[in-house]
Design a protein around this ligand. Sequence first.
Ligand code: HH2
Length: 275
Amino acid sequence: MSNARPPIEERFPRPSVMGVVNVTPDSFSDGGVHLQPAAAVAAAWRMLDEGAAIVDVGGESTRPGSEGVSVDEELRRVVPVLEGLHGAPVSIDTAKAEVVRRAVGLGAELVNDVTALRGDAAMAEVVADSGVYLCLMHMQGEPRTMQLNPTYDDVASEVAAFLGERLRFAVDSGIPEQRICLDPGIGFGKTVEQNFELVRRLDVLVALGRPVVVGFSRKSSLGRVLGDPTARTGPLAASIAAAVAAYERGATLLRVHDVRPHVEALTVAAAVIAE
Ligand code: HH2
């Protein structure tokens, strides 16, 4: 079965949308909304109906300041949701190999690891053996402290160097390159300006030769650039603008909370660009 999976660029044509389903009490913008499995499952099916290519199910918040949850708690949150999504295109947002094992058994086709295989020593082997797609994301520091003082000499080239190194590590661990996509990790140890610079210079990441995922949806930088220095999220119109800008700069997969308006905007942007 694993050998039958097409390259990730065929599975997700540019632009594709990944819908966010956080089964957490404390996520950035939708914490608590999908904590009941039935609500999460219904929201995910609706996102797929609205045009999401895949839904990203996560049981651990990575918002700035968060502490992380145990394997048992994460499984308790996500397993009923994955069961309710059987047969649907699902990604599992986790840094834990045990959660991946269970999720793949329940049909997940993509592992979204915000630690880029650094969080759990068993992760690379589990991903390699299960034949699923993998997203490697950049993060400076760890969620508990990452927004305290993000520092780079040149954010785009440093993020690219990190993702290039993680890509080599993944391939050396037996995960075929064609199953891997890369993500600059908007908001993960970056200032507002660094987040925007990463999108502005997305070509530096696209040059690594793998599809690029961008998740700007509802992030605080969007509210801050609109003039609220204490914003914790950003409005829908700002999320769409950032997604379209990222697509125009070469992103393939846009990770978003509000699927329908993003699909509509990206469909029009694709028609305008007509590559
Ligand atoms: N952002 C979040 C979580 N996972 N995964 C990828 N690949 N890229 C991202 O930008 C990304 C991610 C954080 O956003 P959200 O899911 O809204 O919040 P939380 O981590 O608090 O659940």
